[in-house]
Write a protein that binds this ligand. Structure first.
Ligand code: HEC
Length: 480
C-alpha cells in the first residue's frame, strides 16, 4: 500500500503480466534452454560425420547454424524485451511483492544477472565465430565447447528463476527461518526444475522438427536423418517429463489443487474442467504421436503436420504457466503476502484500523457519511483491483450480478455478508482486509458503479493523491 496503483480497467492487470510472461517462457524455454544444447548436439553430429563424408558434415553444420540463426535473432530481440517486460509489468502491477522478492533473493538475482550477462556474451561469440570454426578441427572443438558452456549457462539462469517461482507457490520453512537458502530450496523447487527441463527440451525438439522441414529440401541427403535425430531428441524426454510432472503435481499443496478447476476453466466453465484437461493432454499426445511417426516413417510425414506438435506443445506450456500462476491464489507469495499485496502479518492491524489510514496514496483516509462512495472506490482500488476491474475482464459488477441476478439492483447488505466470508467460499480470494466501515463503503461503491458505470483510472492516467502524513490527523481518523 506504499505505492501508487497502476490499473488497467478494461483488460485487467493479470493479463498484462500473463501475456508478456508467456511469450517469454516460449522463447526462453523453446529457443534457449532446450534449443542451445540441441543445436550443439547437431553441430557435434556433423563433427562426428567428418571422417565419413565432408559433404555430410557441411550439411549438418549448415542446419545447426541455420537453427542458431533463428534462435539468436529471436532470443536477443523479443526474448530480451519480454524478459525486461516481466520486470516492468510485475513491478507496475505488484510492486510490494517484487520488493519482497528482491529483499529475500537479492543474491540469487545478483548471480542470475551475472550468469545472464555471460549467456548473452556466449551466444554472441557462439554465433559470430561459427563460420570461422570450420577452418580447422581445433577451432571446431573450441566452438563446440562454447556451445556446451552456453547450454549450461542458459539452464542455470532458468534453475535460479525456478527457485523463486517455487518459493512464490510454497515458501516452505522460510516462513519460520527467513533465510534465503531455505527459501530457495523450497518444496517445489526440484520437482518444478525437473519438470521444466524436459519441457524445454521437448519444446526445442518440436520447433527443430518444424524448422528442419523448412530448411531441408526433399533432395537433401541428410533430411531424413535429421528428422530421425530430432524426433529421437524429442521422444527421449517424454518419460522424464511424465515422471517429473507427476512428482510436481503431488508436491503441490492440497488447497492449491482445489483451485485447479477454476484455474483451467474459470468459474463459469469449471464443470468443463475434465474435458479441458483431457484436451490439453490430448495436444501433448498428438505431438508425441507425430514425433513417433517422424521417427518411424520420416519420408511420409507431410510438411504441414510438423506445425501441429509446435502448436500442441505451446498450448500445453502456456496453459501450464497460466495455471501455475492461478492456483497460487489467494497468495502472491505463499503464506506470506496475499495477491492484493497485503501481508498476512498485517491483516489483524488492517482489520482493526482499516486499510485507508495505512495507505499512502488514497484520496481519503477514513470513511465518513459524506464520502462513502469515494472511500469505497479507494478500498476497491486497494483490495480488489489486482484481480478485478469495474466493468472489463473479471468485472466485479458482473461477478456480483452472476450471483444475485442480472439487471437487478445489487443489495448493499447481501454484498457485505458475501464479502465478509468470500475467502471461505472461494479460496482463491484473500479475506477482505479492512474494517466494517470500509466494507460498507465498498458495497456502496459497487452498487454505485452498477447504476452509473464509470471506469476506474489507475495512477498512470488519473494521477494520484498523496496523504499528508500528519500523525495527529491519522489518530483523529482512527478515533472517528
Ligand atoms: C487474488 C485475486 C482476487 C482478489 C484480490 C479478489 N478477487 Fe474476486 N475473484 C477472483 C477470481 C479469479 C474470481 C473468479 C472469476 C471467474 O469467474 O473465473 C473472483 C470472483 C469473485 C466474485 C464472484 C464469486 C462467485 O462465487 O461467482 C465476487 C463477487 C468477487 N470476486 C468479489 C471480489 C471483491 C469485492 C474483491 C475485493 C474485496 C475481490 N473479489 C478480490 C479473484 C480475486
Amino acid at each position: 500500500m506504499d505505492f501508487p496503483l497502476f490499473h488497467l480497467d478494461f483488460m485487467g492487470n493479470r493479463w498484462l503480466i500473463a501475456i508478456i510472461a508467456i511469450i517469454h517462457v516460449f522463447i526462453s524455454h523453446g529457443l534457449a534452454v532446450g534449443f542451445i544444447p540441441m543445436v550443439t548436439l547437431l553441430e557435434f553430429r556433423g563433427f562426428l560425420s567428418r571422417k565419413i563424408s565432408l559433404d555430410e558434415q557441411q550439411r549438418w553444420d549448415k542446419l545447426a547454424y541455420n537453427f542458431l540463426f533463428v534462435a539468436f535473432v529471436i532470443t536477443t530481440t523479443l526474448g530480451a524485451l519480454t524478459g525486461v517486460g516481466i520486470w516492468f509489468s510485475t513491478s507496475l502491477v505488484s510492486p510490494d511483492s517484487i520488493g519482497s522478492l528482491i529483499r529475500v533473493f537479492y543474491f540469487a538475482w545478483f548471480f542470475e544477472w551475472i550468469i545472464f550477462a555471460a549467456e548473452v556474451i556466449l551466444i554472441v561469440v557462439y554465433f559470430l565465430s561459427w563460420k570461422k570454426s570450420n577452418s580447422s578441427e581445433t577451432a571446431k572443438k573450441r566452438h563446440l565447447r562454447f556451445g556446451l558452456f552456453l547450454s549450461i549457462f542458459s539452464w542455470l539462469t532458468m534453475a535460479i528463476i525456478v527457485g523463486i517461482l517455487g518459493f512464490m507457490m510454497d515458501p516452505g520453512n522460510w516462513i519460520v527461518k527467513k533465510n534465503m537458502f531455505v527459501g530457495f530450496t523450497n518444496p517445489l523447487y526440484i520437482p518444478q526444475l525437473l519438470f521444466r527441463t524436459p519441457l524445454a527440451m521437448i519444446m526445442a525438439g518440436v520447433i527443430g522438427l518444424f524448422l528442419a522441414s523448412l530448411f531441408l529440401k526433399k533432395e537433401n541427403p541428410i533430411r531424413l536423418k535429421a528428422f530421425k535425430f530430432l524426433s529421437i531428441w524429442t521422444l527421449v524426454w517424454v518419460p522424464h517429463i511424465t515422471v517429473a510432472g507427476l512428482w510436481y503435481y503431488y508436491k503441490i499443496p492440497q488447497l492449491m489443487v482445489g483451485n485447479l478447476p477454476v484455474a483451467v476453466a474459470t468459474q463459469l466453465f469449471q464443470q468443463w474442467y475434465g474435458t479441458l484437461l483431457y484436451t490439453l493432454f490430448g495436444f501433448v499426445a498428438l505431438a508425441i504421436l507425430i514425433s513417433l511417426w517422424t521417427l518411424l516413417k520420416p519420408q511420409r510425414v507431410p510438411k504441414w503436420a510438423m506445425v501441429i506438435p509446435v502448436i500442441g506443445v505451446f498450448i500445453f506450456a502456456g496453459s501450464f504457466e497460466r495455471i501455475r500462476e492461478f492456483i497460487r491464489k489467494p497468495f502472491v507469495i505463499g503464506d506470506f503476502m496475499y495477491s492484493n499485496s497485503m501481508r498476512l502479518d498485517d491483516y489483524p492491524l488492517l482489520k482493526k484500523d482499516g486499510i485507508l489510514p495505512h495507505a499512502t496514496y488514497v484520496s481519503t483516509t477514513a470513511v465518513r457519511p459524506e464520502n462513502k462512495v469515494e472511500a469505497g472506490k479507494n478500498v476497491f482500488m486497494l483490495a480488489c483491483t489486482r484481480c478485478h476491474t469495474t466493468n472489463g475482464i473479471n468485472s466485479v459488477v458482473t461477478r456480483f450480478e452472476r450471483m444475485y441476478g442480472k439487471d437487478k439492483p445489487l443489495q448493499v447488505e447481501a454484498m457485505k455478508s458475501y464479502m465478509q466470508s468470500m475467502h471461505k467460499v472461494r479460496y482463491y480470494m484473500p479475506p477482505f482486509p479492512g474494517n466494517q466501515a470500509e466494507l460498507d463503503a465498498l458495497a456502496h461503491y459497487i452498487k454505485n458503479i452498477q447504476q452509473y458505470p464509470e471506469p476506474l483510472e489507475g495512477a498512470q492516467l488519473g494521477g494520484t493523491p498523496v496523504v499528508n502524513y500528519d500523525l495527529d490527523k491519522i489518530e483523529e481518523n482512527l478515533i472517528e
